[in-house]
Design a protein around this ligand. Structure first.
Ligand SMILES: Cc1ncc(COP(=O)(O)O)c(C=O)c1O
Length: 444
């Protein structure tokens, strides 16, 4: 009944104010208190202007501010509505009922994360002063070698994880209101971040081999100023960019050299398949390798390679505010990267994740179900009706995520997280998926 209460409360909520800032503040306050529920459509500009006795431009300006702050979204016939996850809504955690196998949480398996405590004796835990802050030269040297081994060159810096790098890179190169092309389906945290920072997003459909070049061409021709792609282990699909696809994407980017390309290689150390690098086909680019998946999300660091200008802007802006990523954390990354036991642990984790994902992919294939996913923590299965599939699977004891959490074009699919899936249970899951999914749509 939550939606009913929210609806009734929304209907009763009175938007007030005579200046754009007051109207925006009134709506913001309604969202914060829960009275304006996610998905709730706001009155058309002219109607609200007439109700408040203000010019239409004043309401339009209030709505624009809210859009730029990630509170509302405007989309076709839906008009302007409260975002499902606004800048005020904390990330929801999904509760999986007891007795139901959790195939929802696409998080690293804690059992497969290395023991960082064992590294403590090797980490320089010393007080650095303000003048000592910044990217740690030893870490940059190590990263330079690792990146060069994968054909990635450029200037290096360190951020507090992948999302932090995206935010800083985009702020360095784009204006609020600019359009960013994102994979469809896409990592919802990334999309939320873009909308909250005031960018527009436009979809580039993908398949199991990465973004479709024609779709990218169309998005860039229509004016997208940036493009974010995932090298391997794309979330939610598990797609990985192949050599052939990378070449085709590079050709598209080369025709639009002004575009800013961000490449997210979060699965790097865990990947069993090589990197096919795309980003540096553009003049302005950023390659981001987070430590979250192999070493643990709480390390919150990412090594970033970029063109010199982008790197200088990102690092320079960070120096003014946030300062730098703690040198203690950076020393943990150095210790992890140079410790044989940790390296072996991460290599094993990569193989285990691949076995878990592969076991389910093969079990599904044996039942005639084609799932996307060659790397990462998830598989994507296109289905005819995702709501029916999610409910049927839950009734059979398996919790999976509906595509709508990641797909903004309404393509029907389910994300099955294989992060902690015992390969011995792959057949049981595949049987349930076969039962639950209708005829799959061939591509999205
Ligand atoms: C697609 C993708 N990129 C990057 C990350 C890591 O992000 P961060 O470094 O901000 O933890 C994740 C984590 O879930 C992810 O799914």
């Amino acid at each position: 009944m939550y939606w009913y209460n929210a609806l009734v409360m929304s209907v009763q909520y009175q938007i007030t104010g005579s200046a754009a800032s007051e109207i925006a503040a009134s709506i913001e306050s309604g969202v914060r208190s829960g009275q304006l529920a996610p998905g709730r459509t706001l009155p058309p500009v002219r109607k609200l202007a007439a109700d408040l006795g203000v010019a239409a431009g004043t309401v339009a300006s209030a709505y624009r501010r809210l859009r730029e702050r990630g509170v509302v979204e405007t989309g076709g016939r839906a008009g302007t509505f409260i975002r499902q996850r606004s800048a005020f809504t904390p990330t929801g955690t999904l509760t999986v009922p007891t007795g139901v196998l959790d195939l929802v949480s696409g998080e690293p398996d804690p059992e497969l994360l290395p023991d960082l405590a064992a590294l403590k004796p090797r980490v320089d835990i010393v007080h650095g002063n303000y003048r000592d802050g910044g990217p740690c030269p030893d870490l940059l040297d190590l990263a330079r070698d690792r990146f060069a081994a994968d054909g990635v060159h450029g200037e290096l810096t360190v951020t507090s994880g992948a999302l932090d790098a995206f935010e800083r890179g985009l702020a360095a190169r784009l204006e609020p209101g600019d359009t960013v092309a994102v994979e469809e389906p896409t990592w919802s945290n990334g999309r939320d971040l873009l909308l909250s920072a005031g960018y527009q997003v436009t979809p580039v459909a993908i398949d199991g081999e990465g973004p479709l070049p024609d779709e990218l061409e169309a998005a860039l021709a229509a004016g997208a100023k940036a493009f974010i792609l995932t090298s391997r282990g794309q979330n939610p699909t598990g797609a990985a960019v192949t050599a052939e696809r990378a070449a085709a994407l590079r050709a598209v980017v080369a025709r639009h050299r002004g575009v800013f390309v961000i490449e997210d290689d979060h699965w790097a150390e865990l990947s069993q398949i090589p990197l096919h690098f795309v980003a540096d086909a553009a003049d302005r680019w950023m390659f981001v390798r987070s430590t979250s998946k192999p070493y643990g999300p709480d390390l919150r660091t990412a090594l970033v390679a970029a063109d010199p200008d982008t790197k200088a802007r990102v690092q320079g802006r960070m120096a003014i505010g946030h300062g730098w990523v703690s040198c203690i954390l950076q020393h943990f990354v150095i210790a992890a990267w140079t410790d044989e036991v940790v390296e072996e642990h991460v290599a094993t984790a990569g193989r285990v994740y691949a076995e878990r994902q592969g076991a389910l992919r093969e079990a599904l294939a044996a039942r005639g179900i084609e799932a996307w996913g060659r790397a990462g923590l998830n598989l994507w299965v296109p289905v005819a009706d995702e709501t029916a599939a999610v409910v049927a699977l839950r009734d059979n004891g398996f919790a999976v995520a509906p595509g709508r959490a990641y797909s903004f074009h309404g393509h029907q699919g389910i994300r099955i997280s294989t992060s902690r899936l015992d390969p011995g249970r792959a057949d049981a899951v595949a049987d349930a998926v076969a039962q639950a999914s209708g005829p799959a749509s061939p591509t999205i």
